[in-house]
Design a binder for this molecule. Structure first.
Ligand SMILES: [Zn+2]
Ligand SMILES: [Zn+2]
Length: 391
């Protein structure tokens, strides 16, 4: 069994300091001005070519070696969440109501660490494009960078991303070919009835009763619209109306969330939802509008890029520390937008501990595990050496 790659204690100490500083100063999507300024300064300090302000607060660092035309993109997300931190350690958030509760502080620090190491090494041949992406949590930052010419300006053959995973032991990596994270769609169905006195339903078209029927009918989208091997979730998560206690309302709003792993399934859910909502409303003399937004596309890894990730991770972390066929996750990830236009792979890196009691991703007691910085940097360095082998 191959051993793990060692990262120097100096680099581990530097990454830990950067990580805790980012944690202490979290910034929301597209507002990461301090974060991106520090990233740009550090990349320039390592000797990289730096391009700031891509897709708003995004930053790109470019590192070239040798003569190969091959290029890979390594991406970290840099934004925090509108959550109030409940930890009380020294590096807890200094900004009320904003918190690095998803570990993007760690993703940023480990990619900076890999950049620093690679800037002082000759162990690869080609171009590494370090992509620091804003606004992952919104699901808008990847598209903002792509629309700002990310892949035209920095042509990369493949693009890679990583996310920490509480509950997966530190030093381990999990990945799979094909869909690894779900899509996320958000919908709103507005039902227009006719309100009136609660004692005189015969004079109304009650949108609450119709909404209840629509919510039940939506259950048939998964139960009868998909087969047993299709993983699809349709959840109505809110019903609101403009009524009061003694008034039958005139309007009801149903809002909700849909997860799939296949883009065609997103389209089928939307079509069935529109047909069901319109049909149920028509049956009761009401009308409706359906707004259906594709917030996140599914994250789909190609076989070629996943094989490379598995090989690199086995070299960097040790043979026994790589799961090449993990289960897909129902969460969604903005990096999927990059994989929709470039070959590549997204993997999970062990963050250790467990995900209970608010310590999981987006929990108020979450904290990125600094012990995962060295394995993360080792993986990135190994991936560059595997993707861009020195001659
Ligand atoms: Zn998150
Ligand atoms: Zn995240």
């Amino acid at each position: 069994m191959a051993g793990a790659r060692e990262i120097s204690p100096e680099l581990v100490a530097a990454m830990t300091e950067w990580r805790r500083d980012f944690h202490r100063h979290p910034e929301l999507g597209f507002q990461e001005t301090r974060t991106s300024r520090l990233i740009a300064e550090r990349l320039a300090g390592f000797g990289l070519e730096v391009h700031a302000g891509i897709g708003g607060t995004g930053v790109v660092g470019v590192l070239r070696r040798g003569s190969s035309n091959r290029a890979v993109g390594l991406r970290a997300d840099i934004d925090a969440l509108p959550i109030t931190e409940k930890n009380d350690f020294a590096h807890r958030s200094a900004t009320d109501g904003v918190m690095h509760a998803c570990g993007h502080d760690g993703h940023t620090a480990m990619l900076l660490g890999a950049a620093k190491h690679l800037a002082g090494s000759e162990t690869f041949d080609g171009t590494v494009v370090f992509i620091f992406q804003p606004a992952e949590e919104h699901g808008r930052g990847a598209l903002a960078m792509i629309e700002d010419g990310l892949f035209e300006r920095f042509g990369v053959d493949q693009v890679f991303g990583i996310h920490n995973m509480p509950g997966l032991p530190v030093g381990q990596l999990a990945v799979r070919t094909g869909p690894i994270m779900a899509s996320e769609d958000n919908f709103e169905i507005v039902i227009h009835g006719a309100g009136g006195h609660a004692s005189a339903p015969q004079n109304t078209v009650d949108p609450i009763v119709i909404a209840a029927e629509v919510v039940l009918a939506l259950q048939t989208i998964v139960a009868r619209g998909f087969g047993p091997s299709d993983a699809v979730v349709v959840s109505a998560t809110e019903i609101t109306t403009d009524g009061v206690r003694n008034v039958i309302p005139s309007t009801a709003w149903i809002r909700g969330d849909v997860r799939t792993f296949v883009p065609a399934h997103q389209q089928r859910v939307e079509a069935l939802m529109r047909r069901i909502a319109a049909g149920v409303c028509a049956a009761h003399g009401a009308t409706c509008e359906v707004e259906y937004a594709n917030s996140f596309v599914p994250t789909v890894n190609t076989a070629e890029a996943t094989d490379l990730v598995v090989r690199a991770a086995r070299g960097a972390l040790g043979d026994g520390n790589v799961d090449p066929d993990c289960r897909p996750i129902g969460g969604a990830e903005d990096f999927a937008r990059m994989l929709a236009v470039r070959d590549g792979c997204f993997a999970f890196l062990g963050n250790g501990g467990d995900a209970g009691q608010g310590r999981g991703l987006h929990g108020q007691y979450y904290d990125f595990n600094d012990d995962a910085l060295a394995p993360g940097a080792a993986y990135w360095i190994g991936l560059v050496e595997a993707a861009l082998p020195a001659r």
